[in-house]
Design a protein around this ligand. Sequence first.
Ligand code: 5GP
Length: 205
Amino acid sequence: MFILSSPSGAGKTTIARKLLAADDQLCLSVSATTRPMRDGEVEGKDYHFVPQPEFDRMVEEHEFLEWAHVFGHSYGTPKAHIWNGMKDGKDFLFDIDWQGTQQLNQRASEDVVPVFILPPSIDELRRRLIARGTDDAKVIDARMERARAEISHWSEYRYVVVNDDIDRCFAQVREILHAERMRRERQTGLVRFVRELMAGPPPGA
Ligand code: 5GP
């Protein structure tokens, strides 16, 4: 479970898109949310957009791996898809906040790789949020407030990357993904491979 968290506007969505395009072993965890759909978003691709009663039912019936309130709306990761994919050896990319990261860490810390993306400065963060053009001034102020709160959780993450250049940031995040895949305990089939290696004929035989 490869988690990318950041305040909105730090470039997390761009990095996530680039990773998914570059790596066919990686699937996106599509969250459920009660927030309204933004222009250009697609149901089932960006989010599963659900009404609050449906979200509450999913919470009641333990259908979420984690869930949280963010900006006055509810967001959650549906379990079934993730567990099934992981059984098939797939890796999942999560675009979730610090609250969700804490919950996944508590449930399955061995399987979790938490990465935090920082903006190069607060001014740049505001500039990027305005340039995105999806939110009005009041929402941007709220997001800036929220950004400070999100950033305060940076030290709970195993990796922290500053996004002052999108290509460099992407390359660094990709290196993290590659290195984590090489960890001994994640390399399935290694025990058998080494056993066969050791059972081979001795030198000179
Ligand atoms: P947005 O509304 O801009 O798409 O997302 C707002 C925030 O909610 C982002 O920080 C995003 O990472 C977070 N988020 C999206 N989906 C989930 C989820 O399933 N669980 C949690 N905990 N946070 C989420």
